[in-house]
Write a protein that binds this ligand. Structure first.
Ligand SMILES: Nc1ncnc2c1ncn2[C@@H]1O[C@H](COP(=O)(O)OP(=O)(O)OP(=O)(O)O)[C@@H](O)[C@H]1O
Length: 304
């Protein structure tokens, strides 16, 4: 069924980006649909982050058109760009928190930028609400990033990304560096926020478990463009060698098996609550397991 124009929140057409002689994107097209979680995958250096930066206006492309919420974003006057920027939130790779500001102050940065007239009492109230919304304990608000575990830093970054009540959320590798349980908890958090707040999510990831667990569609970057976009089943049916290797390689198969097991257990009402309870508890406690590198998971799957 054709997608209604209004339901395309991000539309990228004919994008070209290069750095010197090195062409990163050429004739790249991509659409993000309202209400979906779109996973963006591709080998290292294929230009996933540059694509995100182009969409949010941090990278000026050589050529192409980008519209967000139906508005062109390239070459806009600052005042017009601000009106669009207010409507999205961004979680950069690694959280990108200001180290000299507390968590609450970090969350207040976009509020101060766009709504200078807000009184401090309201800023504090909003920040406290966003902190708790992302599963952090209220005591995390006055802490500095250096005092937080890796998982807590991601949650703080997410709280800041949600500060302006965005319609569209950009997440760059949100589960990188998290252990499997912390990553699963973060996936659940993204999915539950997406559903509750009606968000559209552009999610760059290398994490196959995340794709299976929460993404509605997946876009694959290779050969300087988006070579395929669709559900995982649709992608598996394509014969591109990178896609085939990605989903049918050992980690891809492990993630698929893990998801099938989880689906089965959810249907039969068996153990997933154990995972949920453990992760929820961990999240509310700001547990240390968020801090361990997820790559230490040898099976490449987080279902335990
Ligand atoms: N500001 C820059 N100046 C020069 N080259 C850059 C710049 N930003 C990105 N690049 C290059 O563009 C390419 C794509 O980078 P990008 O960070 O988008 O890749 P990626 O797909 O997100 O990779 P990864 O999965 O490893 O994070 C890389 O070769 C990178 O070195």
């Amino acid at each position: 069924m054709p997608v209604r124009r209004d339901d395309i929140l991000v539309d990228v057409k004919g994008l070209r980006n290069s750095f010197g002689e090195s062409v990163i994107h050429d004739k790249l097209d991509l659409q993000v649909r309202r209400g979906e979680i779109l996973g963006v995958v591709g080998g290292s250096g294929t230009g996933k982050s540059v694509l995100m930066r182009s969409i949010i206006g941090l990278q000026t492309p050589d050529a192409g058109e980008i519209t967000v919420f139906g508005e062109p974003t390239i070459g806009r006057e600052e005042t017009e760009a601000v009106a669009i920027r207010k409507r999205w939130g961004v979680l950069f790779q690694g959280g990108a928190l200001f180290s000299t500001l507390t968590v609450a102050e970090n969350v207040q940065v976009p509020l101060r930028e766009f709504y200078r007239e807000l009184p401090q009492s309201l800023l504090d109230e909003i920040a406290a609400y966003k902190v708790v919304m992302t599963g952090l304990p209220p005591e995390a608000g006055p802490k500095y990033p250096a005092e937080l575990s890796g998982g807590m830093k991601k949650r703080a970054g997410l709280a800041r990304a949600l500060a302006l009540d965005p319609e569209l959320l950009f997440l760059d590798e949100p589960t990188a560096g998290l252990d499997p349980i912390g990553a699963a908890a973060f996936d659940s958090l993204i999915q539950s926020l997406q559903r509750t707040l009606g968000l559209t999510v552009f999610l760059i990831t290398h994490d196959l478990d995340t794709l299976y667990a929460i993404c509605d569609r997946v876009a694959v970057l290779a050969d300087k463009r988006v070579i395929a976009v669709g559900t995982i089943d649709e992608l598996k049916a394509t014969d591109h060698p990178w896609i085939h290797e990605y989903f049918e390689g050992p980690r891809g198969r492990a993630a698929a098996t893990g998801q099938e097991r989880l689906d089965f257990d959810q249907e039969t009402g068996r153990h997933p609550t154990e995972v949920t309870a453990a992760t929820t508890h961990q999240a509310s406690q700001g547990g240390d397991s968020d801090n361990t590198a997820r790559d230490s998971d040898p099976a490449g799957t987080r279902t335990v």
